[in-house]
Design a protein around this ligand. Structure first.
Ligand SMILES: Nc1ncnc2c1ncn2[C@@H]1O[C@H](COP(=O)(O)OP(=O)(O)OP(=O)(O)O)[C@@H](O)[C@H]1O
Ligand SMILES: [Mg+2]
Length: 346
């Protein structure tokens, strides 16, 4: 393989778990081939992404050369350019601030947290919209008790968002015959639907747009980061998944694509026995704090594993709106911490 063949071939390699090539992510630096030795320079801001791309290249090319020298050119934050995410488009100029709620793994309580922090922001007097970007498992309509509503068009040819608990709400679940109709979309179609929701929904002026992201680090996350100037990404985890690769991959991806990480929320943190009020740290303690420290991002707070949170959420009665004072406080404290630790336009 000569230099230009290697360059062409490397350009087609897909970043692990993300539907983008390493060329599209602008990770490829100088490539040379001398005497059957390949020298490949990777451009990266994190050791984690360097190591995963290095491994990928080794797996694919070690048999094709006498040796592979894969080096890392570390770029300062300002120098990096992952497509447009360092300088994103703004498909939502009507929103002053955008908060993306993410997680490495599914089922950790992202949607529940999204709804409750959105409502807590609205309770502070902000104008808030919530966009359900989890196109394959849209839960926001059920959690906000609007799941019997269907999409409506206004006179101005714009979609009228649903409203409840002081939020404007949009989800693909409102476009299907029933809220639980499964969606079998290619990711490009899903991404286009979300862009339409940003551009064709009559959101009005918003102080905050809260986005409930799908779990993981896929196309939707990358596209949102390229199409919107995200002010703050909030990572939800549980003590059980704190130490998994998915969590660190999610944090590294957002750091790499220049989305400011507002911090970590530990959900289902501990259990308070309803009868004795004793606290049990079923899954150990301080995992969320440790991961925040490891990646140098703020720890935003914790929410206990609570039967009422689950039951009320399933009925579309968000705890921060209709729950008990002590339950409300967990979400309100987290929102205060988010407002304190991130820079917002207010
Ligand atoms: N603090 C909590 N205490 C008890 N149950 C909770 C808590 N937070 C969330 N749940 C419940 O856990 C389940 C998963 O929560 P949720 O749907 O918010 O997670 P998710 O991360 O959005 O999941 P998915 O990846 O499927 O979108 C739901 O049944 C929810 O009611
Ligand atoms: Mg969800």
């Amino acid at each position: 393989m000569n230099r230009s063949e290697l360059q062409k071939s490397l350009a087609l390699l897909k970043y692990p778990d993300i539907d983008r090539t390493i060329k599209e992510l602008k990770l490829l630096g100088e490539v040379t081939v001398n005497n059957h030795v390949a020298n490949i320079e990777l451009l990266t801001v994190s050791d984690e992404s360097y190591l995963s791309v290095k491994k990928l290249i080794e797996q694919n090319y070690s048999t094709k050369f006498k040796a592979l020298n894969i080096t890392k050119k570390t770029l300062g934050k300002k120098d990096t350019n992952y497509g447009d995410s360092a300088n994103p488009n703004n498909r939502a100029p009507y929103a002053k601030n955008i908060i993306a709620v993410t997680s490495g793994k599914g089922g950790v309580g992202k949607s529940t947290v999204s709804v409750n922090i959105a409502i807590a922001l609205a309770q502070k007097g902000f104008k808030v919209g919530i966009l359900d970007a989890d196109v394959y498992g849209p839960n926001i309509p059920r959690l906000t008790n609007i799941d019997t509503e269907r999409i409506k068009w206004g006179d101005n040819n714009k979609i009228i968002p649903a409203e409840n608990y002081g939020l404007k709400i949009m989800s693909v679940a409102l476009t299907t015959p029933k809220a639980d109709t499964p969606l079998v979309w290619r990711s490009s179609v899903a991404v286009n639907a979300l862009i339409q929701f940003l551009e064709d929904v009559d959101w009005g002026e918003l102080d905050f747009m809260v986005i409930d992201m799908p779990p993981g680090t896929g196309d939707v996350q990358l596209t949102m980061a390229q199409e919107l100037p995200i002010s703050a990404a909030v990572l939800v985890t549980t003590p059980q998944v704190v130490a998994t690769d998915d969590v660190s991959r999610a944090i590294m991806m957002f750091k790499d694509i220049n989305v400011p990480m507002a911090g970590v929320i530990e959900n289902m943190s501990f259990f308070i026995a309803p009868d004795t009020k004793n606290r049990y740290d079923i899954f150990g303690t301080d995992g969320g704090k440790r991961i925040a420290k490891k990646y140098d991002i703020p720890y935003l707070g914790e929410i206990p594993l609570d039967m009422q949170i689950r039951e009320a959420s399933d009925k579309g009665e968000p705890p921060v709106a209709l729950g008990e004072q002590n339950t409300k406080k967990y979400y309100k404290d987290i929102v205060n911490n988010i407002l304190d630790t991130s820079e917002f336009k207010l």
